[in-house]
Structures are given as C-alpha cells and as structure tokens.
Design a protein around this ligand. Structure first.
Ligand SMILES: [Zn+2]
Length: 204
C-alpha cells in the first residue's frame, strides 16, 4: 500500500497522501495518531469528533507502528519521522500554531466540521461518549448542573460525564471561525484559541 509522493499546494510543502484518501470535498472520517508535539491539535480533533490518538510520551517507532497497525494518519511536526519508510500515510504539520494546524488539516485531508459529531469523544482519553438519561447523571454532577442541564453524555471508557449546551455553542462559534466558508481561503489574523471549555466531571 504505497503512498505516492504528492506535491500539495499548501505552501508548496511536500506531503504523502494515502492512495485511498479522497480529495477534501469528499465526506470522510480518517483517524489520526498525533506526535508528542501536537497535543493541542489532537484535542481539537477530538472536539470535532475525530478519533485522534495522542500520548505525551511515546517512542517514535512505537507511534509509527501504532499508526500503521490501526490505519491512522500520522500527524507530526518532525520531518525526520516522515522519512521513515513505514510512516505512511502522514501529514507533516508545518505551523506550531493550533489554528494554522487546523487550516492545514482542512486543506490537506479535508477535515470537516459536522455539528452532530461535535463533542462526541472524551477529550482526555479519546473514547466515544454516549448520551445517557439525566437520572444516570444524578449524584455524579453538581446539583445546579443537574437542575439546569437536560442532556448528558458519558465516556464509555473513563465514565467522565459531559454536559453543557452553552459551552457547546461557544465551542461551535470558535470552531466556525477556524473553518472558512471556502476551505481554500483562510481567514486573516489569529483565530481565537481561548474557548475550548466544556463542563466535565470526573468520575468519583
Ligand atoms: Zn474518557
């Protein structure tokens, strides 16, 4: 499954696109494995609903093999890592700024904003969350939260509970600013990076 070297138009950098990967206009759900330098990007991907593996400490070789074994697109800022023969497919992330990283992901692999997928993964552990009945959240979330919120989600892995339509609106607003109407035209200036805040309660 060899990826052909591909001259992408993003700042003229070379990247390798997986042969099965469609052009950005297509609907697709790639999964990712982010290197140690891309924790914030991984968090944004999870907010968007993408499956994004990330560990603060992991050996390069282990990351490459994990990505390969699980069919994940390797995301890295380390050019040397991309020179490994088994590191395919990959995206060599150019910028150190998360907003620009998102822009590159939109341009190169067609990252999508789908409201129904927003906040459907646990931010710390990347597992899917599922909607639960409010009664199931009772006693686990603060009383005022239980009284003021009507919808709750729970991580299937760590059992952390999420809520917060208000926060979701704020996140959506921020993310909309990152996704330009025309994916090939990026907004000027620095997109806001300050409001990735959602209510979350760790399991007792
Ligand atoms: Zn979790």
């Amino acid at each position: 499954m060899a990826a052909e070297p591909h001259r992408d138009d993003y700042r003229g950098r070379q990247c390798h696109r997986h042969p099965d990967m469609k052009e950005p206009a297509e609907t697709l759900s790639p999964t990712f494995a982010a290197d140690c330098m891309l924790g914030t990007l991984a968090k944004w991907l999870r907010i968007l609903g993408y499956d994004a593996f990330y560990r603060r400490r992991i050996e390069d070789g282990e990351l490459v093999e994990l990505a390969r074994a699980e069919g994940r697109v390797l995301l890295t800022r380390d050019r040397r890592l991309t020179e490994r023969r088994r590191a395919r497919p990959f995206v060599l992330i150019v910028s150190e700024r998360p907003a620009e990283q998102i822009h590159q992901m939109i341009a190169e692999i067609g990252l999508e904003l789908r409201e129904e997928r927003l906040l459907t993964r646990c931010l710390p552990c990347n597992a899917p969350t599922e909607e639960i009945a409010p009664e199931e959240a009772y006693g686990t979330v603060p009383t005022y939260v239980f009284e003021t919120q009507s919808r709750f989600r729970r991580c299937r892995s760590c059992r952390r509970i999420y809520w917060g339509a208000t926060h979701k609106d704020r996140i959506l607003e921020t993310i909309r600013g990152l996704f330009p109407a025309d994916p090939r035209t990026f907004p000027d200036g620095a997109p806001r990076q300050d409001s990735a805040i959602i209510g979350a309660r760790d399991p007792e």
